[in-house]
Ligand binder design. Structure first.
Ligand code: PDD
Length: 287
């Protein structure tokens, strides 16, 4: 089956889907994106993703490429045309094509690309094993709340993790507090059973999964505290985990080689993973 990609008003075969060499996304990383899970052919939490997309665009003064209703239509079409039952939808908006010059061009039309691909169901054994993470200095800019395609520090962090045989890199700010992973939010459960995650300030992306897990924790009667935590605190925690559209709820069992909570995924992490998976499969927040 030919994969189909939406590019600026056209549904094109994947091999010929392209944007112009002077697209500002290509030259300046002047654009934003969203990654949305597809479960049973439906987008999970499309609403919050579109709300965050609108916010990212507004923060960068990039015009909305189309109304939310039209965007939902295009996203649905891309999922349908690629026959994705379970997978990932990627949507990117850039400031558009213009002769290279740093300041905003006059009258550029935003570029919109939407693609989707199937991915196999998550192997339960992966979460049951948990993952290793390393820690790296957070070298990103001061507006990580904007979901920009400017991801080079995240790319380097993830590669460092891969080279070390780890799944993720926890980025650490100048004060020694964990900000987030390269593509996921970071959480710990204290020895007192309190769920701790950094407040959604400018230092992290306010994950859609993060919000869902917060709501699920409240439903499960787990106390949630939004405050920064240090690497030392995370190593001494009862449990640690990551959340994100692709990571789901991923238990962390070692940080820089130090076992967390005995080196196996803890009950809170596994409970939240089960609740989150059930909610997504159930069409929780679906399009
Ligand atoms: N990344 N923090 C960062 C830096 C991220 O890139 C992501 C998601 C998250 C989690 O956000 P959400 O729960 O809304 O997926 C946190 C996507 C999956 C990516 O870049 O592929």
């Amino acid at each position: 089956m030919t994969r189909i990609v939406y590019v600026n008003g056209r549904y094109l075969p994947h091999r010929s889907a392209a944007v112009h060499v002077e697209d500002r996304g290509y030259q300046f990383a002047d654009g934003v994106y969203e990654v949305i899970a597809v479960e049973r052919g439906r987008l999970v939490d499309a609403g919050p993703h579109l709300t965050r997309l609108a916010r990212s665009l507004k923060e960068l003064s990039i015009a909305q490429p189309m109304s939310d209703a039209a965007l939902r239509h295009v996203m649905g079409e891309v999922v349908r045309r690629n026959r994705v039952r379970r997978g990932i939808l990627y949507l990117q908006v850039t400031r558009g094509v213009a002769p290279r010059s740093h300041a905003f061009p006059d009258g550029a039309t935003p570029s919109l690309v939407v693609m989707a691909r199937s991915i196999p169901p998550a192997d339960p054994a992966t979460a049951e094993r948990g993952c290793d993470v390393i820690t790296v200095p957070d070298i990103r800019w001061k507006r990580c709340d904007i979901k920009t395609v400017s991801l080079l520090p995240n790319v380097l962090a993830k590669q460092q993790a891969k080279d070390a045989g780890a799944f993720e890199a926890l980025q650490v700010d100048a004060e020694g507090f964990v900000t987030e992973g390269s593509a996921a939010n970071a959480w710990i459960i204290s020895q007192a059973g309190v769920l701790v995650t950094r407040p959604a300030d400018h230092a992290i992306l306010d994950g859609v999964t993060r919000r869902s897990v917060m709501a699920l924790a409240a439903e499960a009667g787990i106390e949630v505290e939004e405050r920064p935590f240090t690497v030392a605190e995370a190593k001494a925690a009862a449990e640690a985990f990551l959340t994100g559209t692709t990571a789901l709820v991923m238990p962390v069992v070692r940080i820089d080689g130090t076992p967390v909570g005995g080196g196996t995924p803890g009950p809170f992490s596994l409970r939240l993973l089960a609740d989150y998976t059930a909610r997504a499969a159930d069409g929780g927040g679906a399009l």
